[in-house]
Write a protein that binds this ligand. Structure first.
Ligand SMILES: Nc1ncnc2c1ncn2[C@@H]1O[C@@H]2COP(=O)(O)O[C@H]2[C@H]1O
Length: 319
């Protein structure tokens, strides 16, 4: 059901358009986040960080914002759950932790406005945010973010406009990572993963129909998972969490309620785990590795967001 959203305060872009240097951006963030009602709503028209070569950020240019041990621990724990950061080494994670700036946000503040340029990636330290996608005069609630959740990565990853509007529903505290640091650390990693999965995705029938940029988004969101022979990947009755694509190897899909003859074997380029995620029901079968198995998985949120438009198609191709 669609619902109307009324912003308690008129939206203002809480960041200005003059700060090309990451350090300038962050100092603006601090002063502006305390004073967001009065800030100019001008959108940035150019973003210098786009042209950055990922590995060329110099030691001098790196931000180092002092943190308490508790703050650093909190950010590390939050990053550990965010797939984008999973491939960073310990030095890179250290850079992320100390580039993040703590920002208090008052209830009612619109932190991200759909359609704007992206300037920061956020981790929620405290409080609650709502994420809406605006279509015409309506806004649809698509996510709620609490402590350790993150948002704001899409526009930074793809140089695209903000894909949703995000508003604080109570007084909150965010950690914000500037665009320059985000891209310098993550774009290299993403490029590598994209190359790895793009060719694979191009061979999967229901994904082939998507435009190139959509296929790339899926490649970027996939995470590798490896399983040993006979390892149980999914247990019937459990809640759904991931969608699995088989990169190499085979699985046995078995339904304890249906007769054994219903068991099926899936191999390279096929997928499983979609039913529970599409229909929001418990896992409908148990899936076991048949020999060593290499999968690429999409977490539930990414699955809904990236493959949502293909659900009809997915159902048609269902085994
Ligand atoms: N359907 C969705 N479900 C969850 N989060 C979303 C959804 N659409 C957009 N977002 C988040 O909202 C953010 C808005 O800014 P970005 O597009 O940079 O990054 C986006 C994601 O982090």
């Amino acid at each position: 059901m669609q619902q109307e959203i009324h912003h308690p305060i008129p939206f203002t872009n809480i960041f200005n358009d003059q700060a090309d240097e990451a350090s300038d951006q962050l100092s603006s963030l601090v002063s502006i986040s305390n004073n967001y009602h009065t800030v100019s709503a001008n959108r940035r028209t150019s973003v210098s960080a786009e042209s950055i070569v990922p590995s060329t950020i110099t030691e001098e240019a790196k931000l180092h914002i002092p943190k308490s041990d508790t703050q650093a621990k909190f950010i590390r724990e939050a990053l550990a759950d965010i797939f984008l950061f999973k491939h960073l080494d310990s030095d890179q994670l250290h850079d992320v932790v100390f580039a993040m700036k703590e920002c208090p946000v008052e209830a009612g503040t619109c932190v991200i406005k759909q359609g704007d340029d992206g300037d920061y990636f956020y981790i929620v330290q405290a409080g609650r945010f709502e994420c809406y996608i605006e279509k015409g005069n309506h806004s649809q609630l698509v996510a709620i973010y609490g402590p350790k959740s993150s948002f704001g990565e899409v526009a930074l990853m793809y140089n695209s406009p903000r894909s949703a509007t995000i508003t604080a529903t109570q007084d909150c505290i965010l950690f914000a990572l500037d665009r320059t640091t985000f891209r310098s650390l993550l774009v290299n990693n993403m490029a590598h993963k994209r190359v790895t999965y793009e060719t694979f995705l191009n061979k999967i029938p229901f994904i082939q129909s998507l435009p190139l940029n959509e296929r790339r988004k899926i490649a970027d969101a996939l995470e590798p998972r490896f399983f040993a022979d006979r390892e149980t990947i999914i247990t019937q009755g459990d809640a759904g969490d991931y969608f699995y694509l088989i990169v190499s190897g085979q699985v046995l899909v078995t339904n304890s309620i249906a007769p054994a003859s219903e068991d099926i074997i899936l191999g390279q380029g096929q997928y499983f785990g979609e039913c529970a995620l599409m229909d929001n029901v418990p896992r409908t079968a148990t899936v076991i590795a048949r020999g060593p198995l290499n999968c690429a998985v999409l977490p539930q949120q990414g699955f809904q967001r990236l493959l949502g438009p293909l659900f009809d198609n997915l159902k048609k191709h269902q085994h």
